[in-house]
Design a protein around this ligand. Structure first.
Ligand code: AN0
Ligand code: CP
Length: 317
């Protein structure tokens, strides 16, 4: 594996899940593979899970890890090409990227969508510069349009918990007070479309995702109908993608919150969310605390997805 930025980089999903379960069975079996190799993780945005799970995964492989929070202590970085740098950003990505690359063997980058320019976000303005200029394998720690380490962990979790070979998996929009990117739902859709599951997306009108990510998924605007017979409910908020409302909140309708009444329409579905989650906006306390809530094992699998990705990259270095 050269870079890891989308489902296309992981190849055969059955093989990837089998490798993940092998790693999970004995995560220290490759503890010399990363000897004298360094991972730098660069965060333009906050993180709890990605930061800890990816660092843990790298340590399981014997790697050294350095973490830089761009907002705390580093120079503010200009990302646009051709600007006169007379503002508050003293350094350009074009210097910062090769400098960081000179100190490490693999670079992880988290850079969310700005939600102001759809073109910048969907052209992956920041991530693509790391791929182009770092001369190092780049691992997405959530980019403007995708969160593949999350989606891979989600897939592993569904494979562990599914009760039928082709479960009905429902991605549902849910309300949130702040505008959030489409990266998590885009990526989840991309990974689910690469499986043979029965995959359904439900959201209010106006929250249509980019058709390139929706792919062959069924879109059902009636959330109750979508939940019928579901075996997995995957909740997430996202802001609008369609023009002219890109990045905007169109609805904070709490009738879309996932609660026990809605879960009772499902086939005793497991509840999933990538976290962090706002309780009683996205999901009720009773659902997230119920025995069918698998958000904690889902988050735990972030260590496993990251370890498979780092292991595969290390095997090519
Ligand atoms: C981020 C998002 O929605 O993309 C990160 C999720 C992993 N969530 C928030 O900013 C709350
Ligand atoms: N799910 C996830 O990526 O969480 P963090 O934003 O805490 O890393």
């Amino acid at each position: 594996m050269e870079h890891f930025t989308s489902v296309a980089d992981i190849g055969d999903l059955k093989k990837a899940v089998a490798e993940a379960l092998q790693v999970k069975h004995d995560r220290f079996a490759w503890d010399t593979l990363g000897r004298n190799k360094t991972l730098v993780m660069l965060f333009f945005n906050s993180s709890l899970r990605t930061r800890l799970s990816t660092q843990k995964a790298a340590q399981n492989l014997g790697m050294n890890v350095m973490v830089l929070d761009v907002a705390q202590g580093a120079w503010k970085l200009e990302t646009e090409r051709g600007v006169i740098m007379d503002g508050d950003k003293p350094e350009h990505l074009l210097e910062a990227i090769p400098v960081i690359g000179s100190y490490c063997d693999i670079i992880g980058v988290r850079s969310f969508a700005g939600l102001t320019s759809k073109a910048d976000d969907y052209n992956e303005l920041v991530l693509s510069q790391f791929v182009q200029y770092s001369r190092r394998p780049v691992v997405s720690l959530e980019s403007a349009t995708r969160h593949p380490l999350q989606s891979f962990a989600d897939l592993i979790t569904i494979e562990e918990y599914k009760r039928t070979p082709r479960p009905k998996v429902v991605l549902t929009w849910a309300p949130h007070p702040r505008a959030l990117p489409q990266a998590v739902p885009n990526s989840f859709a991309e990974w689910m479309n690469a499986t043979d599951y029965d995959f359904v997306i439900t959201h209010p009108h106006g929250y249509e995702l980019d058709p390139r990510f929706v792919g062959s998924a069924r879109v059902e605007y009636d959330q109750h109908k979508a939940f019928e017979g579901a075996e997995f409910i995957y909740a997430k908020n996202w802001s609008a993608w369609a023009d002219p409302n890109y990045g905007k909140i169109l609805s904070s309708d709490r009738s879309w919150t996932v609660d026990s009444a809605k879960m009772s329409l499902t086939s005793n579905a497991f509840f999933m969310h990538c976290l962090p989650v706002r309780r009683n906006m996205i999901v009720s306390d009773s659902v997230i605390e119920s025995p069918t809530s698998i958000v904690i094992p889902e988050a735990a699998n972030r260590e496993i997805s990251a370890q498979v990705v780092l292991k595969r990259i290390l095997e090519t270095l």
